[in-house]
Design a protein around this ligand. Sequence first.
Ligand SMILES: C[C@@H](O)[C@H](N)C(=O)O
Ligand SMILES: C[C@@H](O)[C@H](N)C(=O)O
Lengths: 159, 159
Amino acid sequence: EQVVIRGIAHDPDVAKIALLGVPDRPGVASEIFQAVGGRGVNVRMIVQASAEGGKNDVTFAVGTHDVKIVLPVVEAARATLGARAFLYDPDVAILSVVGEGLATSAGTAGTVFRVLAEADVNIELISTSSITITCMVRQSDVERAVRALHQALQLEQGP
Amino acid sequence: EQVVIRGIAHDPDVAKIALLGVPDRPGVASEIFQAVGGRGVNVRMIVQASAEGGKNDVTFAVGTHDVKIVLPVVEAARATLGARAFLYDPDVAILSVVGEGLATSAGTAGTVFRVLAEADVNIELISTSSITITCMVRQSDVERAVRALHQALQLEQGP
Ligand SMILES: C[C@@H](O)[C@H](N)C(=O)O
Ligand SMILES: C[C@@H](O)[C@H](N)C(=O)O
């Protein structure tokens, strides 16, 4: 099946925010992102892995310019939900490989991750679907990561 | 900015697999997904949140029919990487809301999560990008979740 890579996007002007130890029950993700969205903030990436012991962490990325709006919203959500803590890390970047048939291509995620590994880029967050492979990396690594991806994926796509 | 929702996709015939406690260093995601991809397995969703103490968990979904191929590959990766454990949960489903401008729409993720909350669907994993909002839920919840999303999103999009 044809894998079509439409493009590689990246943005160094983002920050990571996470709410740690939220209750794992319906309505929690809704509360957080309705509050954030209600302030007109665009959420660029959301990652939530499996809950443990009835608690989970919810991690997301927003544009650097939105941080001052989001932090008080997140602190309010933390208090309302009884979450243990929130985490804020501005020194990050996101990169995305967008295509069609990514999930039906057995190899694309492995290829993207191999290229990043060969460029000595540590992958901090991963969020994929059938259309997009999105990674969060250190801000200082993203340009090197994107150059490596352009080179490798171009070679594989042919002239 | 116009939010265009292209569709709602779902698949009840998936399983969740996770490698727990992998080392947080370049090459680990590459090792796992090159091995899985190398067996021709399509990875439907990958979620990885932040590492702690030099370790991380890597969670992904594959089609039910691919589980027998993937489990030995994952066990081999677990041993190679020195990961603490792997987790396998077949009783899950994935649903995706696909559109344009999702990340530039401040509200779409909150809306999707609100609709799921109102349908009393617990959201187990979340993976989003600018184009897709993907959630993993209990298999027994997915039909109700998808019906609720179709109803709610149709109303918001107008006639
Ligand atoms: C943690 C959060 O995602 C919760 N499970 C919810 O459904 O909202
Ligand atoms: C855990 C895994 O994603 C690792 N950080 C890597 O870069 O491969």
